[in-house]
Design a protein around this ligand. Structure first.
Ligand code: GLY
Length: 500
């Protein structure tokens, strides 16, 4: 397959990168004969649609809430398809996601209007720095002010984040070794979701040198690792402790049954333990993330979007949870960056493809969210959520980062260039990237070290621009091969190593 990578403004640059990645994923997964796929239709149209669609839905949401920054969408109403008016308060655990999505849209498009909106919806959440009634200060403040600070480096946001971390740390009890999640059930309930709120503490610890916040976050992570995770990599949703730190009950409030595996909880574990490994560097957290991922991936249905609980006997009455898929996709993309295990990258891409299709994207529906078919909890499915949307956009951004890291030459314009294939060495499948300064007769061929011709990948008139071409070495013996690009009489050559 030969796909033109568009160049030009930010949107097109982004689309070009996405397109390359989708091509890679299709190539790796479906073993498609690259040369037989028609170029630039499926990939470019669908990806462009995903980005345009997300912008349209964010604008639709802003209209719906009358541009009132005190309204922070949580989930859609199953009857109306609009954001549920009873869940717009800044007190909701979901209030930071809409502001976070606005930050991501600014980063994805570079358009200042998104930045201004992101600032406005973020700043309304300032009072939440003092919220002591649950553990979700991380979700509220780090997705809004945290993203804002990382984007603009605004010092006042940094102060806000410090305040919030201090507030959250007050819910930590050293006798139990964990932050208390909720005040409304059990004695000292700690939920798997709580891992996500540790990012606020770890980040502040790293940026301010506050060792005590680091110790709180790490101790909580260790407690969760010990008590939430099962031998098979699955997780409990809620662990309730007595006042001495002994466990007396494990259960779920959102999953299908008391001993079941709530899918979004499993996604929080994937994302959470991966993030904790980023801050601690401790292998046990990476192993936990991988075990949780293994469990999740093995149970994904063919469209890569899980039912809201992994517990089989309840399958027939279950709804899908697009939010779990989006959270996991984003987590897998970070996990891939720590492990370079392509299973995580490929699964993330498959999830993104599925979520971008009309099965899960709302582009053919009037629903106010970007994605549909999330489940809040047992018996409450088929809604849009601001968190599914947020992690979907985050996954797209992380995906872009991975590609930029692995194909640093992707945006080389107006330059005759033949990049080192990736991966290299490779086992059968690899990608060759090249760009042409001028249109003209172009040939890209592979030879063995004796000069024997192996395969022609491109042969014909090509426009100026950037291109990716997959190469499949199946059936060839291990060894070094040469690939040669000829354009208007100029020849560029590189070597690649096939390992069978
Ligand atoms: N943290 C609440 C939920 O995932 O539903």
């Amino acid at each position: 397959m030969i796909s033109k990578l568009c160049t030009g403004d930010n949107t097109f640059r982004f689309l070009a990168i996405l397109m390359a990645g989708f091509i890679i994923s299709l190539f790796k997964f479906n073993n498609v004969d690259a040369q037989q796929r028609s170029s630039q239709t499926f990939e470019s149209q669908n990806i462009q649609q995903a980005l345009n669609h997300a912008q349209n839905k964010l604008l639709q949401t802003l209209d719906e809430i009358n541009y009132n920054p005190a309204k922070h969408p949580g989930h859609t109403n199953p009857e109306t398809g609009e954001w549920d008016v009873d869940y717009l308060s800044r007190n909701e655990w979901t209030s930071g996601f809409f502001a976070g999505s606005l930050w991501y849209m600014y980063r994805l498009t570079g358009e200042d209007s998104w930045k201004e909106l992101a600032k406005t919806w973020t700043e309304d959440l300032e009072p939440m720095t003092m919220a002591t009634f649950d553990h979700d200060t991380g979700f509220r403040i780090f997705n809004s002010f945290g993203n804002g600070y990382k984007t603009l480096n605004k010092r006042s946001y940094y102060r806000t984040i410090l305040k919030a971390a201090n507030t959250l740390s007050k819910r930590f009890d050293p006798a139990i070794g964990a932050i208390k999640s909720w005040d409304w059930t059990g004695n000292y309930p700690v939920i798997i979701d709580n891992l996500m709120n540790l990012e606020l503490l770890f980040w502040v610890a790293e940026n301010s040198g506050n060792r005590s916040l680091y110790n709180i976050a790490k101790t909580h992570a260790e407690t969760s690792l010990k008590h939430h995770m099962r031998e098979d990599g699955s997780t409990y949703h809620v662990v309730d402790f007595d006042n001495n730190g002994d466990v007396y009950r494990k259960f779920t409030t959102q999953g299908a049954g008391p001993t079941s595996v709530w899918t979004r909880g499993q996604a929080w574990a994937i994302y959470g333990f991966t993030m904790i490994y980023r801050f601690t560097g401790e292998k046990k957290f990476l192993e936990a993330a991988e075990a949780a991922s293994q469990y999740f991936i093995e149970r994904l249905p063919s469209d890569f979007v899980p039912y809201y609980d992994f517990f089989e006997p309840y399958r027939s009455v279950q709804t899908k949870d697009a939010s779990a898929a989006a959270i996991a996709a984003s987590g897998f993309l970070e996990l891939y960056q720590h492990t370079f295990n392509s299973l995580y990258f490929n699964t993330a891409v498959e999830i993104l493809l599925s979520l971008s299709s009309s099965d899960y994207s709302t582009h053919q529906s009037s629903l106010s969210s970007i994605l549909k078919k999330s489940t809040l909890h047992r018996g409450f499915g088929n809604v849009g959520t601001s968190y599914a949307d947020y992690y979907y956009l985050e996954a797209i951004m992380r995906y872009k980062e991975v590609l930029e890291e692995e194909f640093p030459a992707l945006n080389v314009e107006n330059f005759l260039f033949l990049d080192q294939n990736y991966p290299n060495p490779f086992n059968n499948q690899t990608i060759i990237y090249y760009s042409l300064e001028q249109s003209g007769e172009t040939k890209l061929s592979v030879y063995d070290m004796t000069g024997r011709h192996v395969q022609t990948l491109v042969n014909g008139q090509m426009p100026a621009g950037s291109f990716v071409v997959p190469f499949d070495g199946s059936g060839l013996s291990s060894g070094v091969y040469i690939y040669r690009l000829r354009n208007n009489g100029t020849v560029l050559t590189r070597k690649m190593t096939l390992i069978q």
